[in-house]
Write a protein that binds this ligand. Sequence first.
Ligand SMILES: *Cc1c(COP(=O)(O)O)cnc(C)c1O
Length: 397
Amino acid sequence: MNSSAWIEKGDKYIMKTYGRYPLVPVKGEGCYLWDADGKRYLDFLAGVAVNNLGHCHPKVTAALAKQAAELIHCSNYYNIPTQIELAELLCNLSFANKAFFCNSGAEANEAAIKLARKYSREKYGVDRYEIITAISSFHGRTMATVSATGQEKVQKFFDPLLHGFRHIPFNDAQALREAIGPCTCAVMLEPIQGEGGVVVPDAAYFQEVRKICDENNLILIFDEVQVGMGRTGKMFAHEHFGITPDIMTLAKALAGGAPIGAMIATDRLAESFTPGTHGSTFGGNPLVTAAAVATIRAIQEEGILNHTEEMGEYLMGELEALHKKFPSLIKDVRGIGLMIGVELAIPGGDIVKTALSRGLLLNCAQEKVLRFVPPLIVGKKEVDEMIAGLTEILAAL
Ligand SMILES: *Cc1c(COP(=O)(O)O)cnc(C)c1O
């Protein structure tokens, strides 16, 4: 079936929760996708920061194929070797001592919210339940994570929201200090806001946040669903800020495209999750955790973090050159590693559409911020190809 036939059928049968572009990808390799008509696309969205190793990385594909032939699923009532291996890898790479697995970023944040509340009520009483999050944050689409998210467009239509969330301006330590009350139990933040438009805080902000949390016995939760797993040139984005959280959530890129979420924490907190207090049927099943183990090993074996730093600098330099070339169209270029935002003076929707028609996949967050989250394996050749395309598009405006 060709692309237009699939699009017509999709409109008939798939709910329109996404405004879908007229693209039907059927095959992927590295930084490229091919559609149902055989046309090739350079992918600078990578499934929204999911395909960090590119499409169908041979090690991830092989791990999935092997595990699919051995054991796809079994219950979390039993011990799952690949899940245990993954938990060990994540704990060795981070501040955490224990992991909980689920199937998405929203679920990872749900788990973090539940753990923070349970720990706090046991330690300080039932009135300690409020979680402070940031304006322009994004934490997911479930009711609790919608309530946590600091964006009206995500929340409207779904009242009443879950009680117990308070939103403060991001990158403002004084606002955090002032928001803390007797009910506050935790602070949940993205190290860099992704959906919020690639918002990078000042270097000192998170050190101040950590200090405030310590002074007030608050749990610090980092939502690294989008920025974790090497995206910024470090395995976890908070490593740039020289502090650690008490809980961290991961999802998007963790299993190279297989659906997974993880909530990892220190032992002090993890002890609150006793048998029966939380769970997930599919969470951390053999298939997805085999893919995640292969993904992390590939990041380590293939020097992906150094490469990301190098390519991030290269892409940033090229985008800054575009900024100089088109000063009236581009207002700001910002980011860390291969998590880069270009703030436009105009809405970016048409640029994304034109790019698509030219075989280039871009993304726009918050209407005016072009968000560049290519596969971390991207090379100079692909960056040059993207920049050449974008330059022509901007020049024609
Ligand atoms: C994508 C995202 C989520 C939600 O993840 P899902 O897998 O879509 O539920 C949560 N937090 C952040 C920071 C994200 O970027």
